[in-house]
Write a protein that binds this ligand. Structure first.
Ligand SMILES: Nc1nc2c(c(=O)[nH]1)N[C@H]1C(S)=C(S)[C@@H](COP(=O)(O)OP(=O)(O)OC[C@H]3O[C@@H](n4cnc5c(=O)[nH]c(N)nc54)[C@H](O)[C@@H]3O)O[C@H]1N2
Ligand SMILES: Nc1nc2c(c(=O)[nH]1)N[C@H]1C(S)=C(S)[C@@H](COP(=O)(O)OP(=O)(O)OC[C@H]3O[C@@H](n4cnc5c(=O)[nH]c(N)nc54)[C@H](O)[C@@H]3O)O[C@H]1N2
Ligand code: SF4
Ligand SMILES: [Mo]
Length: 762
């Protein structure tokens, strides 16, 4: 290829899943006409899956928002100016904050698979609103896991990575990396693992997934019985004396009660409940305890099913009691460049709870499963205003009908999105954001150990219409609310000088003085950075200002690991060197290189010991013995996994159905024998009904699914305008079937993979 055409390829990243693989795009007339993997990306090395090549469908489609909108009395929307929108929204927010307190306002957003860099400035918005209510989709999948991490490792922000690539015994439970990824270069990694006769791959999934097809052992468990399976495996290990006592003695706090509990597990009885072969399960448990380099990769199949928080505990116990932690090829803790999540104390230790349903925060987040009940009542301290940012809860949170009703009760609803979503079409104000290809963007999913990466992306397109990046939207709201001045002339001047002579450190010093004088602004620092330092960053990378602070904090915590990446400019401070490197390299950079010894510093309990006993969950292990698994579900005989990841879904990020090359309907997978009993042919329409509602689905006979179990895809059901501009629904709206109450008692994460349903001909 000639030098000239080489220049047409611009580095960026795929925004469809947490991997954010590096891509190169070739643009013509505002269209992403070619997309390929970016070989220079130090994490993904050119890897992409089939979904990335369709990214133009995210950028260009007929539901794109280009102007601020306000809902009129008759329900129709009118275009308004940014000034009007911001003034009216700010006025209402101030009114609510003054009259009812910050508790009357909730924020649902801050980034999903993307929009992390811009969304992270929302901490300033929430601080100014004085609201503790930060709702996010992570709290409908991972907060049970985070809560367990908090107990085990000291903080809920301690997060576990899995080194599948270097592992010789991998257990994949409740996830299908072939479709969902979740581990770097998933298909390549899984294929290499499967081909190697010296390494073992075990998949635990009620469906014979593409990943299960490649596995050495597929434990085709009965849906919802993983707690029994995992407890039984732990029982086998402890009862046969196979636990790693050296590891436990050195690295964990005493665990007598736990060991006693595991010794008492009725292994055979538990395995029987899972529908699996007794000896096969025992062999897997023995194999995993024998290896020195085993790891477990888990996801929604256990986190969004029965016992989800308990499942997360048992899964972690399995790698901990076998000592598969803190070494290559095992599970490890990892660092985070800008912490994606925080820590919340339990209510009994001073943590906050919501005013209406008394729900605790976990990792600083509140679960979507409680939100409609926090809004839809006449409690004096109910939520009255909601700001939704880069989420589409009307389709993606449990119980769409309850959400729709709750929206109608709000005194103010604002949606910030790039597209006119189902949620936007219920809001009082709709604010159009720039897409992730029109603004500086990065992901805060820095989930790797021992080497960690960060990728700041430069915009590849000019912003469409009258759109703004989120930090600018928040900044304007803060200014209109009277919480921040429009300009910081003095600090801006200092920032300008600081960028020329950073070693003088005049900007951090001045910022410190400002915050000492104005302590109220401490939590608004992100927006202050954006307004000052941001203006003087190279290539107008204004939104990258926060990364300057992130670099400082990261170096403060992990100095040696950052130093090991090698100095690019040894005259600069380490953090300044890291920051500049990030801004300069548009294909991503390595930010830290850890030693395995350093894993223990990431355990934040005193003496860096893991507190392996969690009394609340040990009692749940005990309770399993008395649990009745013979469901009395005659009315709803099937278990529906509501939300499978397939080739043609990508959350609700793609809205135009034309992105799909096949699987247009998002059909219900059902075992052929079950379909025959119900008299349903392949391809026909049928009704899928839960206790909440019913939807129409297309039938797809599929032998990969076990009898009694059915599956519908995630990411369908969006309404997209056709040529006549009428909104037409494409595929099932699965969350019509799900319920707010069907969720974990501790974390309120929904049991979406275990929805009792009945199916009948239309
Ligand atoms: N193609 C595609 N990829 C995606 C996404 C997408 O929308 N599309 N979304 C991204 C996001 S946000 C996430 S969180 C991840 C989720 O990634 P995954 O968790 O891998 O996705 P799912 O397909 O929802 O569920 C995983 C598996 O759980 C199995 N399962 C269902 N019930 C049970 C059970 O009771 N026990 C066990 N052991 N397994 C069960 C299902 O059969 C399925 O194979 O995917 C990410 N990647
Ligand atoms: N039944 C069931 N429900 C589920 C799941 C399931 O498996 N089953 N999975 C759950 C999981 S794991 C997740 S993560 C959630 C995902 O659901 P959500 O958290 O709602 O996120 P997305 O579907 O990714 O929607 C992202 C929204 O952000 C918008 N957007 C894209 N780029 C930008 C941007 O730069 N700025 C702004 N402001 N907006 C932008 C998109 O247009 C879209 O409307 O769904 C959950 N819901
Ligand atoms: S969807 Fe595919 S290409 Fe995009 S980030 Fe995920 S794995 Fe990479
Ligand atoms: Mo997710």
């Amino acid at each position: 290829m000639s030098k000239q055409s080489d220049k047409l390829w611009q580095p960026n990243a795929c925004i469809l899943c947490s991997l954010n693989c590096g891509i190169e795009v070739n643009i013509k007339n505002r269209h992403l006409i070619n997309i390929r993997g970016d070989k220079k990306n130090p994490k993904s090395h050119g890897y992409v899956c089939q979904k990335a090549s369709r990214l133009n469908y995210y950028q260009n489609h007929t539901s794109r928002l280009t102007h601020p909108l306000r809902r009129k009395r008759d329900g129709a929307y009118e275009k308004i100016s940014w000034d009007t929108a911001i003034q009216e929204i700010a006025q209402k927010l101030v009114e609510l904050r003054t009259k009812h307190g910050g508790h009357s306002i909730a924020y649902y957003g801050g980034g999903g698979q993307g929009n992390h860099l811009n969304g992270s400035y929302s901490t300033s918005l929430r601080a100014a609103l004085k609201t503790p209510y930060f709702y996010n989709s992570l709290a409908q999948e991972k907060t049970g896991d985070f809560w367990v991490n908090g107990k085990l490792f000291g903080r809920q922000s301690c997060h576990v990575a899995e080194d599948v690539e270097n592992s010789d015994f991998v257990i994949i439970i409740g996830t299908n990396p072939w479709q969902a990824h979740g581990i770097p270069q998933a298909r390549k990694t899984i294929r290499t693992l499967a081909k190697d006769p010296t390494r073992t791959l075990v998949v635990i999934d009620p469906r014979r997934t593409e990943t299960a097809d490649l596995a050495d052992v597929h434990l085709q468990v009965k849906p919802g019985t993983d707690a029994f399976l995992l407890a039984a495996m732990l029982g086998v290990i402890v009862q046969e004396g196979r636990e790693d006592n050296d590891f436990l003695n050195t690295h964990t706090k005493e665990a007598l009660q736990l060991i006693d509990q595991l010794k008492a597990i009725p292994v055979d009885e538990f395995i029987h409940k899972t529908g699996l072969d007794l000896e096969l399960v025992k062999e897997v448990a023995r194999g995993f305890s024998a290896t020195q380099h085993g790891c477990i990769r888990a996801d929604l199949g256990i986190q969004q099913s029965l016992h989800s928080t308990l499942n997360s505990y048992l899964e972690k116990l399995l790698f901990l009691i076998t000592g598969n932690f803190g070494k290559p090829g095992t599970n490890n803790l990892h660092t985070q460049f800008l912490p994606l999540i925080g820590h919340s104390n339990d209510p009994e230790h001073g943590g906050i709870s919501t005013r209406v349903t008394q729900m605790r925060a976990i990792a600083g987040l509140f679960p979507p499963n409680i939100l409609p009940n926090e809004i839809n009542n006449d409690h004096p301290e109910r939520i009255r205003a909601l700001i939704v940012d880069s989420h589409n809860p009307i389709l993606t949170a449990a119980d769409s009908n309850a959400y729709e009703e709750a929206f109608s009760k709000l005194e103010l609803s604002v949606v910030i999105d790039v597209a006119n979503t189902e949620t936007a079409r219920l809001a009082d104000y709709v604010l159009p954001a720039q897409t992730q290809f029109e603004k500086w963007e990065a992901t805060f999913f820095t989930l790797e150990f021992p080497i960690n990466y960060f990728h700041l992306r430069r915009p590849v397109l000019k912003p469409e219409g009258d759109t703004l990046p989120e930090p600018e939207i928040y900044r304007r709201i803060l200014v209109a609310m009277g919480d921040l001045p429009d300009k910081f002339p003095f600090l801006s001047l200092i920032a300008k000088i600081d960028r020329r002579v950073p070693f003088l450190r005049i900007f951090p010093t001045s910022l410190n003085i400002l915050i000492t004088l104005r302590p109220k602004w401490k939590k608004l620092i992100p927006i202050i950075l954006y307004s000052t330092l941001g203006k003087y960053l190279p290539e107008k990378a204004k939104s990258a200002a926060l990364l300057w602070a992130a670099s400082l904090l990261y170096v403060k915590r992990y100095r040696n690991a950052v130093a090991r990446r090698g100095r690019k400019n040894k005259f600069l401070q380490l953090s300044e060197d890291l920051f500049r490197d990030i801004i300069k390299n548009h294909s991503g950079v390595i930010i830290s290189h850890h030693n395995y010894d350093e894993v223990w510093q990431l355990v934040l309990h005193p003496n860096n010991k893991i507190h392996i006993e969690i009394p609340e969950l040990i009692s749940q292990i005990d309770a399993l013995r008395f649990e009745n698994t013979h469901d009395n579900r005659q009315d709803f005989p099937f278990v529906l996994a509501a939300g499978e990841r397939r080739s043609y879904n990508a959350n609700q990020i793609y809205r135009d159905p034309a992105w799909r090359k096949k699987e247009f309907e998002g059909a219900l997978k059902i075992h052929p024998d079950d379909a025959t009993v119900l008299g349903l042919q392949d391809g026909v329409k049928a009704v899928c009904e839960s206790q909440k509602d019913s939807i129409i689905v297309y039938i797809q006979k599929d032998k990969s699914i076990q009898r009694g179990f059915v599956s519908l895809p995630h990411g369908y059901g969006s309404e997209h305008p056709d040529a006549t501009t009428e909104f037409i629904q494409h595929g099932p709206k699965i969350n019509k079937l799900t319920s707010l109450k069907h969720c974990d008692p501790i974390s309120k994460t929904p049991f979406h993979k275990y929805i009792p349903v009945r199916i009948y001909a239309l």
